[in-house]
Structures are given as C-alpha cells and as structure tokens.
Design a protein around this ligand. Structure first.
Ligand code: SF4
Ligand code: SF4
Length: 388
C-alpha cells in the first residue's frame, strides 16, 4: 500500500474483472506470497479471515445495523460485497488485541530474555471500505509518524496490499460521507473494486491506485472498462451516498466540545453508558494498550503481553494516589472529546472515520452522532438564542 498515494495523480482507468477474474486476482496475490484476508460469514456476522477463492465470500449476504443491533440478512441478489462494515475491523491484524512483548526464563543462574518479534505474514486485505482505509491512515499516524514508531505495527503494515471495495449499501449507523471518508475510496488502495451485480454480467470495475496494483492487475485477465461500466460504477457510489444512515456536522465540533466540558448531556449519556468498553474495542482507530505480566505454570517463565485497553475502564486513569477519572460521564466525555476534538491537537486529524461500529456495538445503543447533535443544538440556542 502507498500510504501517501496522491488521489489526484492520473492512473490508467483500469478495467473490468469477471467473477473468474476475481478468483484469478486472489490467486495472483497468493502466488506473490500474500496471506489474503477477506470477508466471510462466521457465527452470524461478517468477519475478516483468510480466504482462498470467491466461494469463501459472503455471497448474497447483507446486514442490518442500528444502535445496539447487528444482524445479517439475505439479499435479493448475489453480491459478494453487499454488506456494510463488519463488526470487527482490520485493526485486529495490524494492532492485534494481544501481542507478545517478551518471555523471560531463569536458566543456569541467569535470566534469558527472548523478545524476538514474531515473523509477520505479508497481508493482502480484500474488501476494505473507504472508512476503514481512513481508520488505517489514522492509526498509521498514531503508530508510525512519531519519534518512536511502533515496531510491531510497522512490521505488520509494511507490505500491506489493499484491495478496496466501494460501498454499495451503507448501514443505518454509517456516516462516512459527512466525515469526508467515503463511501468510495479515493486513496491508500492498490486496487479498488466496484461491484456491478444484476444485468447480464456480474462484474467488478477495477481501478489501480499504486504501481503495485497496476502490476497485479496486469497479471490478471480483465477487459477494458467501457463508458457504460464507469457510469454504472459511479451510480453505485451515488446511490450509497443517498442511503447513508446518519450524518455528523463536524464544522465546529472541535471548539464545540472543548467549550462544553460542563454540558449536562455528559451526565445524561453517562447515566446510560455501562462503561463496558465495546465502543473502544470495536473502533478501528482506538489505539490504547496496557501490558500484562503472567507466569507460565509449567516453566515458571515470565511473559509480558501487550493487550488492548479501554478509556472506559476505571483503572485506565490510575495514577499514583488513585484513579483520576472516577465517573462514567467523565469517561464518556474523555472518549468522545478525544475522538472528535483533541485528536486534532495531538495527531492533526479526527479520531473518527464515521464507520458507525461504536453505535452498532453499544449494548445500550448510544449514538455518537446523536450526542454531538444534542450538544450542538443547545450550544446554538445558548450562543445565538435561536430556538429549535
Ligand atoms: S468513533 Fe465510532 S464511528 Fe468513529 S471510527 Fe470509532 S467506531 Fe467508527
Ligand atoms: S458507550 Fe456503549 S459501548 Fe461504549 S462503554 Fe458505554 S455502554 Fe459500552
């Protein structure tokens, strides 16, 4: 993947792949040594796992997503990529929930420490949505663009090959369009597919986004795209925009949240929030982690592991003398204000890609777009006297 790919750079139009061509693409990636990860149906959800051919894909599967609700549905067509974002994001491959840091064992009077990083596969992600690419870009900034790049993340993302897929059916919880992150990937992909289903030919309009993508496409049977193919692909994106489930007005959100630290809405949302941390674990941009030490029972060796952490946990803000963020309203405010405001100060970008996972996966259906809207409306009344 070319993280800084210039979306304005002119590239060949690409072409059109048949379903057999899609299989040839997957084989081509495998032949080039990639571990190909793509969507499958598992345990009643779309999940990203190793795939071998189009037969592994969730053909004819769509989804319904609302605050606190996710379920699969049968589509009335054979689309392979007819679902919205999967509950678990690609984060689990680039920044796994648990990763080993070192193992230390006493041996002949000394302590042997093994901190050799595990060998990482070269990943090819197939079916990445534009909001998910935006989330990977955000995590790249956090983990790589610093004086102390994260070596685990760097090793996992170094050779990433991305096959993006334009969204055709956003979920009820999606709001990528208002965040400027979708529904069509504009950059950071090696190849972008737009699936055209129905009519006489089930096909994919394919656009290369990097030299690596051009090379792979050249090795896969495809035909040139006709103006009719390009128009049909544009219509897929246009329809997706019209069916976006939610939106967020982000024009003033940074200053809005910082001048409303004492807003009564924080108490309101805090009274509903269970502090379960689901939103942070499902979020493709949340990056906090803790380290855990354990002893192996058989050998007595000490093992240190990096594990995801959530700012909703009571001990997350534990410092000498105790926890400083003791209330749930305070923790929700910290999470949302960081995502939408202070993330800009820290990393120069929003911490939200508009994927909607935190809304779908919240057991009590708390909706980040609604929380922003409520503060916006009362702030407008306060600052302009305007009644809603
Ligand atoms: S805050 Fe919510 S909508 Fe935004 S990227 Fe995270 S999970 Fe997606
Ligand atoms: S907002 Fe929802 S998902 Fe997040 S911690 Fe609170 S109850 Fe859990």
């Amino acid at each position: 993947m070319t993280p800084t790919a210039d979306p304005t750079q002119k590239r060949p139009l690409g072409g059109v792949l048949s379903v057999e061509g899609l299989d040839a693409l997957l084989r081509q990636l495998q032949d080039r040594g990639y571990l190909v990860i793509g969507p499958i149906v598992q345990d009643g959800a779309v999940t990203y796992e190793p795939i071998a051919s189009h037969q592994d894909l969730p053909r004819g599967t769509g989804d319904e997503q609302r605050p606190g609700m996710y379920r699969l549905r049968r589509r009335d067509d054979d689309a392979f990529f007819g679902y919205a974002s999967a509950p678990a994001s690609w984060k689990r491959y680039l920044f796994p929930a648990r990763s080993p840091l070192f193992r230390a064992e006493r041996s002949e009077g000394s302590i042997q420490v093994d901190d050799t990083p595990p060998v990482q596969p070269r990943y090819a992600f197939v079916g990445v949505r534009s909001c998910e690419l935006a989330a990977i870009a955000i995590q790249n900034r956090v983990f790589l663009d610093s004086n102390h790049p994260d070596s685990t993340y760097a090793a996992r993302s170094k050779d990433l090959f991305v096959v993006a897929v334009s969204c055709s059916d956003p979920a009820g919880t999606c709001f990528c369009q208002s965040m400027g992150t979708g529904p069509e990937a504009q950059a950071m992909f090696d190849l972008r597919l737009t699936e055209l289903v129905g009519g006489s030919e089930h096909r994919f309009v394919v656009t290369p986004g990097s030299p690596a993508g051009e090379q792979v496409l050249a090795a896969v049977p495809h035909r040139p795209a006709t103006p009719a193919d390009v128009t049909a692909a544009t219509e897929v994106t246009q329809r997706a925009k019209e069916r976006m489930g939610r939106s967020m007005d982000v024009t003033d959100v940074h200053d809005l949240l910082l001048r409303n630290r004492e807003h009564p809405r924080w108490k309101d949302v805090g009274s509903r929030c269970l502090a379960c941390g689901n939103c942070t674990f499902a979020c493709p941009t949340c990056f906090c982690s803790d380290s855990e030490d354990a002893n192996e029972l058989g050998t007595g060796a000490a093992v240190r592991t990096r594990a995801w952490a959530s700012c909703f946990g009571l001990d997350y803000s534990s410092m000498h003398g105790g926890t400083i963020r003791t209330t749930i309203p305070g923790r929700y405010r910290q999470w949302m204000t960081h995502k939408l405001a202070t993330w800009f100060d820290q990393f120069g970008t929003s911490g939200c890609a508009g994927c909607g996972r935190c809304i779908t996966m919240c057991p009590v259906g708390i909706d980040i777009t609604e929380e922003v809207k409520m503060i916006q409306e009362s702030d407008r009344v306060k600052t302009t006297g305007e009644m809603q």
